[in-house]
Design a binder for this molecule. Structure first.
Ligand code: SAM
Ligand code: ZN
Length: 411
């Protein structure tokens, strides 16, 4: 929704003056524009952490009630406006806006100035269908048995120092899905900021609750202030988008100097034998066909795959392990599921076979990706899930003060 500067002022005035909610609150004037002063909204406390995904400058609250509002700019060249619906800022550009408008018709009808919010000129990104597919997955599978969730969480987070997840730390979940890892982080005391491009952000927000902040946004335009988090993680997300390098660098920008990034990307079967690889090639061919099928066929087919492929292999690995043949068990494909429930197998089967775009990385490619983003102390876990890796954002000696870092960048 970019417009020329002549239209812009009128838009802002309209956006603020016509909001029925906004008029219920006291207000002040900034540059001739009226800005809401309602202090009751919980999400408002976090606005200083957010930036505009289009121009990357800070956002102002244009109006707010306890759960709703609008963010934008009261001055400057950028005319983007973003709704806050049900306490969640929707910091989206392009076609990603359409599903928000479609799923919240009442909200947009009540807030007239944002009615054409989805009619933006920003070029569409083709992969929004993939995100809708994930939304359906999380509707079905967002809930997980807590003990199993913790078991899997600990596998992904084995390289992260536990104290980084504790009180006093701010942690970004980039591509949170239904919020299963955000729940774990929040339970350890860390302050979670989670984003996802899909409607599943609403599920995740309900799942985790305050004081976590949930934002509907794209990892390629992370709308978070630079150097604002102690740890960022993105698990199972960045192999599903074309612009992985861009997304990693956007996420890394939000990490404080000395802070950490944890990533999980599908591995390219490095280290696996010929039989394993041949089986994979077959399975991958199946994925390409199955992922194009309509949803009503996809769900039963992927459940069937979980039943006839995942379950027998997982149970075989469990038996081999139980009789002391651990080395043999390690060679069984899908061995990682040996202690997991059939529900998790169904979830992962849908995840694997329902997704058209899937990139795979060798260990050295994961390292290269993190190095290009400027990270150091990179470590790739030797344990599954492969590959998950961490890297640290360098501290600039003598430049830890934020203002100094800013001016060093400008130079
Ligand atoms: C396989 S799921 C993983 C979710 C979560 N990390 C987990 O492990 O449970 C991938 C998630 O990435 C989200 N996603 C895909 N592309 C995205 C993008 N460009 N920006 C933000 N989220 C995206 C999807 O909506 C989906 O929820
Ligand atoms: Zn802007």
């Amino acid at each position: 929704m970019r417009r020329n500067s002549k239209d812009r002022g009128d838009d802002n005035k309209l956006g603020i003056a016509q909001s029925p909610r906004r008029q219920a609150h006291s207000s002040s004037s900034v540059d001739g524009l009226r800005v809401s002063q309602n202090e009751g909204a919980v999400w408002r406390e976090d606005v200083s952490l957010l930036v505009c995904p289009a121009c990357r400058s800070p956002l102002d609250v244009l109006w707010s009630s306890s759960d709703d509002g609008a963010l934008g700019h009261v001055r400057g060249a950028c005319s983007e406006v973003f709704p806050v619906i049900a306490g969640l800022p929707r910091l989206l550009l392009g076609t990603a806006r359409e599903s928000v408008v479609v799923t919240h018709p009442g909200w947009f009808a009540a807030h007239g100035p944002l009615r054409d919010w989805s009619a933006g000129e920003t070029p569409p990104r083709p992969d929004i269908q993939l995100v809708h597919r994930f939304d359906r997955e999380w509707k079905q599978f967002a809930d997980m048995r807590p003990a199993e969730r913790t078991l899997i969480f600990e596998r992904y987070f084995d390289l992260v120092q536990p104290k980084l997840l504790g009180p006093g730390n701010t942690i970004l979940d980039a591509g949170c899905g239904g919020g299963r890892w955000a729940v774990e982080v929040a339970s350890r005391g860390g302050r979670v900021i989670a984003l996802d491009l899909g409607q599943s952000i609403e599920l995740a927000a309900r799942h985790v609750g305050p004081p976590a902040l949930f934002v509907q946004a794209d990892v390629r335009d992370v709308p978070l202030a630079a150097r604002s988090v102690d740890l960022a993680y993105s698990l199972g997300v960045l192999h599903h988008i074309e612009e992985t390098d861009l997304a990693v660098s956007r996420i890394v920008e939000t990490i404080k100097p000395g802070g950490w990034f944890l990533i999980y990307l599908y591995y390219a079967l490095d280290g696996r034998g010929r039989l394993f690889r041949a089986t994979f090639t077959l399975v991958d061919g199946l994925r390409r066909v199955i992922s194009s099928l309509p949803q009503f066929v996809l769900a039963p087919i992927t459940t069937a795959i979980a039943g006839v492929v995942y379950l027998p292999l997982a149970r075989l690995a469990r038996v081999l392990e139980a009789v002391g043949l651990k080395a043999l068990a390690d060679r069984i494909p899908l061995r990682i599921y040996s202690a997991l429930s059939f529900r998790t197998m169904r979830n992962d089967s849908l995840d694997r076979f329902g997704t058209k775009l899937e990139k795979r990385y060798r260990r050295d490619e994961v390292i290269g990706l993190l190095e290009r983003a400027g990270l150091e102390d990179i470590r790739v876990s030797e344990r599954p899930p492969y590959w998950h890796a961490v890297g640290r954002r360098p501290t600039v000696p003598g430049l830890d003060d934020e203002a100094e870092v800013e001016s060093a960048r400008a130079r």
